[in-house]
Design a protein around this ligand. Structure first.
Ligand SMILES: Cc1cc2nc3c(=O)[nH]c(=O)nc-3n(C[C@H](O)[C@H](O)[C@H](O)COP(=O)(O)O)c2cc1C
Ligand SMILES: O=C(O)C(=O)c1ccccc1
Length: 360
């Protein structure tokens, strides 16, 4: 089903925009590894546990009751569908999925949050941001997110510089076509009149900047793009609400491991002090359940949401979220678990002859 939506999206999209959504950095090794790493995992069900019907709801800072699948922040939804992020937000709200709206969205965060709340008054919309070196810009963005009613901030930390997206270079895709605007970047300090401020990425950012952000807001602050267990521990020490294990869908450093391969060590390092989320390569309910068993509290999907949106707008995104959540519910039941707390890391084994090694 996801495959069909993907093909429909590919057929509908301008090939340059398709390449932007689908592509990764460099040789696209990390992009491919995100998928291969899940394919290398098998699930070991437990039997006769009397678990009863599964309960998928999770409690997170900034989302007291959400499903286990969230919408990872992705830029430029109006390239996929004229209704853009509004359509995504409505589908996410209807599915109880947290929507993380991107700072590089083509719809203002206030309009994204309003669209979500039309569907569900308590819909959770989080705002993803790149901390901006220019004075006052980050603060202005935080105020906008707060005023929009966002319930958490997500700071993307894996981007001290823009990723080199080989397909975009080949296609010379480096600016939005007319009619599409990064609305969140309009009217900020230093922005040219009527035009959006360019999003800056800076290698000078440090934990001190995160501390300043935390001091400037009462919202929970998640750190996205953590792969090293030591950084996850630092994030917990620094008062982050949680971390998102992610290699940015293979769009930043191409030499990194798959997100799900980094997850167990991060979960262990954090030791339950703060929740750990994951995104990258999640394409089925079995992927969702494997990540939950390895220590994720919830998982994000990026490209599948864009496929749904490009294929059929809000209904397409709703299909993607319903399919993944429905599959996850089924797989959880087959694993003998009532909720993700019933799953243990030993229920995830490598495929192949090595898989059962620890019991020999
Ligand atoms: C087209 C596209 C745009 C993205 N834009 C952003 C962004 O603006 N901010 C961000 O933190 N991550 C961004 N990401 C990364 C996603 O949040 C997420 O980490 C990744 O897509 C997960 O992998 P998946 O696509 O395999 O599900 C983007 C990813 C894609 C594919
Ligand atoms: O394309 C991306 O992955 C991304 O994160 C981004 C960052 C800034 C502007 C647009 C997209």
């Amino acid at each position: 089903m996801l495959g069909e939506l993907r093909e429909k999206a590919r057929a509908r999209l301008d090939p340059v925009h398709w390449d932007y959504f689908e592509g990764g950095a460099g040789a696209e090794t990390a992009l491919a590894e995100n998928l291969r790493a899940f394919a290398r995992l098998a699930l070991l069900p437990r039997v006769l546990r009397g678990a009863g019907p599964p309960d998928l709801a999770v409690r997170l800072p900034g989302a007291p009751a959400a499903g286990p699948v969230f919408v990872a922040p992705t830029a430029f939804h109006t390239l996929a569908h004229p209704e853009g992020e509004r359509a995504t937000a409505r589908a996410a709200a209807a599915a109880d999925a947290v929507m993380v709206t991107s700072m590089a969205a083509t719809t203002a965060v206030a309009d994204v949050a309003a669209a979500a709340r039309e569907v569900r008054a308590d819909a959770a919309v989080w705002f993803q941001m790149y901390l901006q070196p220019r004075a006052g810009v980050t603060e202005a963005l935080v105020r906008r997110a707060e005023q929009a009613g966002c319930t958490a901030l997500v700071v993307t930390a894996d981007s001290p510089v823009f990723g080199r997206h080989s397909r975009d270079d080949r296609n010379d895709f480096h600016r939005l076509p007319p009619g599409h605007v990064t609305q969140n970047m309009l009217g900020l300090p230093g922005a040219p009149p009527g035009r959006p401020l360019d999003i800056a990425m800076s290698p000078e950012l440090s934990w001190a900047d995160l501390r300043r952000l935390r001091a400037a807001t009462g919202l929970p602050v998640w750190v996205k793009g953590v792969l090293h267990p030591a950084d996850a521990r630092l994030a917990a020490d620094e008062g982050a609400a949680g971390v998102i294990v992610s290699n940015h869908g293979g769009r930043q450093l191409d030499a990194v491991p798959a997100a799900v391969e980094a997850l167990p060590a991060v979960a262990e390092a954090v030791g339950g002090r703060i929740p750990v989320l994951l995104d990258g390569g999640v394409r089925s309910g079995a992927d969702v359940v494997a990540a939950l068993a390895l220590g994720a509290a919830a998982v994000g999907v990026g490209r599948p949401v864009l496929w749904g949106l490009a294929a059929s707008g809000e209904a397409g995104v709703a299909q993607v979220l319903a399919e993944l959540t429905g599959q996850a519910r089924h797989v959880l039941t087959l694993c003998g678990a009532r909720d993700c707390r019933d799953l243990t890391p030993d229920q995830v084994v490598p495929r192949g002859p090595e898989g059962m090694r620890r019991w020999r």
